[in-house]
Design a protein around this ligand. Structure first.
Ligand code: ZN
Length: 52
């Protein structure tokens, strides 16, 4: 693997809000509203929030 950052869409599974972070530079944050651990939608295959 190369040491390269990649934009990843993560989001709160409860409230469905999302944000972009850069892995592996940043860690997947907790939701600022409900404190749930946010998930990587690309990895889970759940809820693609940005239509393509
Ligand atoms: Zn939340």
């Amino acid at each position: 693997m190369k040491n390269k950052t990649e934009p990843v869409e993560v989001g709160c599974p409860k409230r469905k809000h999302a944000e972009i972070i850069y892995l592996p530079k940043e860690e997947v944050p907790r939701c600022p509203k409900c404190k749930t651990q946010m998930i990587n939608f690309r990895l889970t295959g759940l809820l693609p929030l940005t239509p393509s």
